[in-house]
Design a protein around this ligand. Structure first.
Ligand SMILES: Nc1ncnc2c1ncn2[C@@H]1O[C@H](COP(=O)(O)OP(=O)(O)OP(=O)(O)O)[C@@H](O)[C@H]1O
Ligand SMILES: [Mg+2]
Length: 374
């Protein structure tokens, strides 16, 4: 074997960090008006009041998370009295998990894993808020993941009515959501909506020209000059536009450059991009599948197998097929289906016919889903 297999230092990357999934770009254009509106909503929190509640809505890759993260770091640099906490609901998707995160961020450590009740965690949070005279600003990112099993309602209820159980506490909420069809106010009951009253900030998709400028910026920061010929840059922008998600474009750039390095090339060629695209375009699918538990994976697998026969499936009929391959009750099955819909893995539609039938269609090629399920 050749020595120094890992020490290959002929790299195209000037700064690989720039292509990481959690990288917050220095240069962040085209979202000025959304950032300004968001700052306006938060303002009261800087003066000890409760920040106004906000929904940030827009398709994937439209800069919602980045906008909020940037504002949050600005708040952290400005004041200790307003504490912004960003929650990734893909990971923390129950009321208990979310409040444990809040407690961790305020105190520096997680509550004991077992034997702690929700009330104990909330008590501890409220004590901290009151002792330090802190106002909280909670961003529930990817809140689609709270939209099943009524979790959204429970989380918002506790956050927004905290002053009733703990007078003096002030908490504002930013809900970030990438599903355009969800009516959040319908997902919560009257006790929540009467205190929620959010303003909505819309994040439109980037135009072709904006995508081009953003990708160009990344190339200049992350790669050495001359690695990406003009024609290949155009191809990359075109693929990004086709996917409609800027994140796919950034991932594509990274993978294409890695492909070039692998063949010891000096500049990115068409084949490097095309090979990369076959992976990058499934970025969303691959991330989503990783967050599922065993039962959910089994249902998704059964769904995918079934949909090879029929592309539009009746939810009730699919249940019969799913039940043949695993033990699962209808209620749980249907909860999982609703979750897949919220995650944008499937489309769930009502169709008027004999009664209301529910029709499921996959958003991905079933063979691909099965491949990512492993
Ligand atoms: N205006 C911009 N300038 C530079 N980079 C951007 C801009 N908008 C988004 N990005 C980049 O695109 C990627 C996706 O952005 P972000 O994570 O903020 O999107 P999002 O709206 O939260 O998407 P999702 O709904 O899928 O979570 C990130 O890597 C981010 O750095
Ligand atoms: Mg996001």
């Amino acid at each position: 074997m050749k020595k120094n297999l890992l020490m290959w230092d002929e790299t195209l990357f000037r700064d690989p960090e720039v292509f990481e999934i959690d990288y917050v770009p220095e240069q962040f254009n085209y979202r000025e008006s959304q950032m300004r509106e968001l700052a306006f909503q938060i303002q009261p929190g800087l003066r000890g009041g409760r920040p106004l509640n906000t929904i940030c809505r827009g398709l994937p890759g439209t800069g919602k998370t980045t906008s909020v993260r940037k504002l949050f770091s600005e708040i952290e640099e400005t004041t200790k009295k307003l504490v912004p906490i960003h929650i990734n609901c893909q990971i923390d998707n129950t009321k208990f998990a979310i409040f444990s995160q809040i407690y961790r961020r305020l105190s520096g450590h997680l509550p004991p894993a077992s034997g702690t009740s929700f009330k104990q965690v909330f008590d501890a949070i409220a004590r901290l808020l009151m002792k330090e005279e802190i106002v909280l600003l909670i961003a529930l990112d990817d809140a689609n993941y709270l939209l099943y099993e009524n979790e959204m309602n429970r989380v918002l209820y506790s956050l927004l009515r905290s002053h009733e159980a703990y007078p003096g506490t002030r908490i504002g909420v930013i809900v970030i959501i990438s599903d355009m069809d969800v009516d959040l106010l319908q997902a919560v009951d009257a006790r929540v909506s009467s205190v929620f009253r959010p303003s909505e900030i819309y994040f439109p998709p980037y135009s072709g020209e904006e995508i081009r400028e953003i990708v160009k910026e990344r190339v200049m920061q992350g790669l050495y000059p001359g690695c990406l010929p003009e024609e290949m840059f155009a191809l990359l922008v075109e693929q990004t536009q086709k996917s409609g998600d800027l994140r796919v474009g950034i991932d594509l750039l990274k993978r294409a450059a890695l492909n070039t390095e692998r063949r010891a090339g000096r500049s990115i060629e068409r084949e490097d991009i095309c090979r990369a695209y076959t992976i990058s375009k499934y970025l969303h699918l691959s991330f989503s599948v990783k967050t599922l538990n065993d039962e959910e994976r089994a249902v998704l697998r059964a769904l995918s197998v079934h949909s090879m026969k029929e592309t539009e499936m009746n939810a009730g009929e699919v249940y019969k097929a799913v039940k043949e391959s695993m033990a699962i009750g209808y209620t749980r099955y249907y909860e999982i289906i609703r979750k897949f819909d919220a995650m944008r893995l499937i489309n769930l539609q009502y169709r008027d016919g004999k009664g209301r039938t529910r029709v499921i269609s996959l958003r991905y090629d079933p063979a691909k889903i099965i491949e990512y399920l492993g």
